[in-house]
Write a protein that binds this ligand. Sequence first.
Ligand code: HEC
Ligand code: HEC
Length: 238
Amino acid sequence: MISIPFRRGLVVAALLLGAQAIAVPVSAQEDAAAIARGGRLYDRFWGENKAAKPTTDHQAYPHKGGQYGKDVSWRCKECHGWDYLGKDGAYSSGGHATGIKGINGAAGRDPAAIAALLRAAPHGYTEAQLSARDVSDLALFVSKGQVDMMKFLDYPAKKARGDVAKGKTYFTTLCAGCHGDDGKKVQGAPPLGSIQNPQEMLHKVINGQPGEAMPSLRALDTQISVDLVAFMLTLPQR
Ligand code: HEC
Ligand code: HEC
């Protein structure tokens, strides 16, 4: 018993007491971190897990030798969108359009079934690219981590349905230590205001930035992340 880690000990104690109400929030907290990690892998897996950057086009990518680089064709977001809606979302047209459907139809599906999809055709991710844990986190993200971006963002206007003043308060207290009040402090990174892509911003604020110490706001009310996006869209673009 002594060697049981603290949190698992709590679950065991809860089960012994038959007190499931205690056990459920413990596993939910663990899930939130795993789901957020899955979201960062969805963004750019080799930035998060330090796997080798791909050097050939993904077999299912329609724009072979395309303008964004061969590695980009392996990012989940490149085929399925920052908004998870694929051809029915922000990537319905423009240079990133692939005609591939979103992952929204897989929300709520058994994570084991989603994990199996990632190893099989058309995906074919190898163990060297995505470990068992990586695939498990990605599957949790797909099953439980998707946000309905159309509800929170105004697509035609490229704006967020958020409160800019609240977003500024959140930003200056939570984010400016690394990013600066003007979004330009991270060395070698483009100004945050230059992104002007609310879907990309919202995904990154909720899940964090691959491989960086940046926090994930997944455990907080989604509207906080939306308010932050509304504010970041007003930051200087250069
Ligand atoms: C190069 C393009 C491409 C990339 C990159 C890609 N996928 Fe897919 N994905 C597809 C295609 C094509 C399908 C099949 C779509 C269909 O059936 O019409 C698919 C299907 C899926 C489905 C099933 C959707 C459904 O409604 O049944 C899920 C879930 C999924 N992908 C998740 C991912 C995840 C997670 C990643 C990143 C690890 C990823 N995909 C990367 C092309 C891609
Ligand atoms: C511990 C430092 C740290 C904190 C705190 C932090 N970030 Fe970041 N963030 C980074 C780094 C480093 C990057 C990567 C910059 C790059 O390479 O473009 C990044 C990237 C981003 C990006 C994507 C930029 C891009 O060009 O792709 C967004 C959006 C962002 N952060 C928003 C936020 C918001 C909003 C907060 C507060 C809730 C926040 N960050 C807090 C360090 C931090």
